[in-house]
Design a binder for this molecule. Structure first.
Ligand code: C5P
Length: 228
């Protein structure tokens, strides 16, 4: 057992609520290190979008689990922002606000979290993995070499998301957006299984007043220290 652990590739985890920039930071860090990248939120989004397409009700746990286990997901061009589900490019679809909302409902179902756990663990390959999500450091990779937890004020997260959507040419109402983010936060924080919590050994970074480059500087410095 100890030998097996010693052979495991190192993992860096980045957890936190949405709008804190953790996806961007995870991407930058994986690129800088030349490591693999796991966007765990995308998996929950894929289940939500796939279930909707197949008209699977969330109350039909058996069918939902069987769909989840059978999903053919291609992350091979994740660094370019592309994700395929059953040979269909779905990256734009899964990034929509409604997909995030549905994903947080799917993510509260224990059987679905269990069904996705193996898939997430399989991303752990040499030379290393950067994983971002809500429970990467607490549940999936508790032995991560370095854990980060990013936060930002609700207002700042709302503003960031608002600008992103406007830049994509999508019309949004800031107040409705803030309400959606708050509802999703509450669901992620309150759920019975793997709620969003700060791991005891995670480095907390409040990104409210920081640029992406400033956050990345901190994350890279701590990672380099941890990998010495
Ligand atoms: O990170 P992202 O916004 O893509 O995640 C979408 C939803 O998936 C989150 O609101 C959360 O409910 C769920 N999620 C999760 N555990 C993870 C990653 C995401 O519960 N590790």
């Amino acid at each position: 057992m100890i030998e097996l652990m010693a052979n495991k590739a190192p993992v860096i985890t980045i957890d936190g609520p949405s709008g804190t920039g953790k996806g961007t930071i995870a991407h930058m860090l994986a690129k800088a290190l030349g490591w693999h990248l796991l966007d765990s939120g995308a998996l929950y989004r894929l289940v939500a979008v796939g279930a909707e397409r197949k008209n699977i009700l969330y109350s039909n746990i058996n069918e939902l689990v069987s769909f989840t286990l059978g999903m053919d997901v291609c992350f091979s061009r994740l660094f370019e922002g592309s994700i395929e589900l059953n040979n269909e490019e779905v990256s734009t679809l899964i990034r929509q606000e409604t997909s995030g909302e549905l994903a947080s409902q799917v993510a509260a179902i224990p059987e679905i979290r269990k069904a996705l756990a193996e898939r997430q663990l399989a991303f752990r390959q040499a030379p290393g993995l950067v994983a971002d999500g809500r429970d990467m450091g607490t549940v999936i990779f508790p032995d991560a070499r370095q854990k980060f937890f990013l936060t930002a004020s609700l207002d700042e997260r709302g503003q960031r998301r608002y600008k992103q959507l406007i830049n994509k040419g999508l019309g949004v109402n800031l107040r409705a957006l803030l309400q959606d983010i708050q509802a999703r936060d509450e669901r992620d924080l309150q759920r019975a299984i793997s709620p969003l919590v700060l791991a005891e050994d995670a480095l907390l970074i409040d990104t409210t007043e920081l640029s992406i480059d400033q956050v990345f500087e901190k994350v890279l410095a701590a990672t380099q220290q941890a990998l010495l």
